[in-house]
Design a protein around this ligand. Sequence first.
Ligand code: MLT
Length: 389
Amino acid sequence: MQVNRNFSNLATSYLFTEVARKQREYSAAHPEAEIIRLSIGDVTRPLVPAVIDAMTRAVAEMGKAETFRGYGDEQGYGFLREAIKKYYAGKGVALTLEEIFISDGAKSDVGNILNIFSTDNIVAVPDPVYPVYVDTNIMDGRKVMLLDANAENGFLPMPGEEHADIIYICSPNNPTGAVYNKEQLTAWVDYALAHDAVILFDAAYEAFINDAALPTSIYQIPGAEKCAIELCSLSKTAGFTGTRCGYTIVPKALVKDDASLNAMWLRRQTTKFNGVPYIVQRGAEAVFTPEGMAECKENIAHYRENAKVMGAAFDKLGLRYCGGVHSPYIWLHCPDGMTSWEYFDVLLSEYHIVGTPGSGFGKNGEGYIRLTAFNTAENTKKAVERLTK
Ligand code: MLT
């Protein structure tokens, strides 16, 4: 037998697993240290009341023979897809129910979606970026072409001459917080159409966009329905990090190599996925109600305030950073020429703060650290006080 040798081309451990390991080891050696975790983007506010009410009702339904539900449609219940369809209509994007697939989060589908693409495709991935894009393609053995994102281009690489078949775009970007505007996304859509390529658009942080002129969906760009798949998550929008629910949009108009990607994805999902739990989907439906939306917005405003507090402190300290405006992440330039992991160690051992080393997001992330606003106001202030002392 043979194993998938592509795995030997990966770093030994996944970025966030490595960060968590280092934190665990430090805590074990220094049990008195009060650690503030500004590393993985794990929300800290509980699920909002609208979601809890809906899930509680759903639990009760599951306990009665008349309302019990077994397997649902693999692509999700109609009630949730209807809610998402309306949400997109509010953005000026017309979708059909068949184009919406409910997932257990964007991370899973970012990896799973590759099932429908040949391993011969050339993949363009910004550097730095969410490590799942590169790692999942390495696992499959695809050729990855890195697009430099740096301070010079505002961490927003634009299309060049080189050909790619699959292009990953994450906007607002994880880890830098940079956001593409309409013109820039139009250039990417035009490139994808000209190259017969597919854009995998990760919109996990769309709810953080704070400017009506900035696109929150790739489908706000004309022609995107012919060249883009959008992946989204309720993790950051509604605190579903532990509850697990997201969605993937595969337009019917997306036909490549004489194949409907929508039909292929449906075939893949009905075969390999058994859907998201009914209780979770009822909770997700509640996110899109007026009450749910208002409650989630309040949480996002809280995280935004945390980012502002951090930004103000870094301004005072004269540290260079970006992000934190349309994103929960602050992308901080490490002081004194330190590498990402060196500064990670300093933050952990001297300030008891855990960040995510920028180099873990790609070579251009070297010399940066990512700090998240997903924390309580108290912890954020405490972290800032430690840093400014
Ligand atoms: C992050 O911190 O980059 C994300 O929370 C990780 C994820 O969504 O998987």
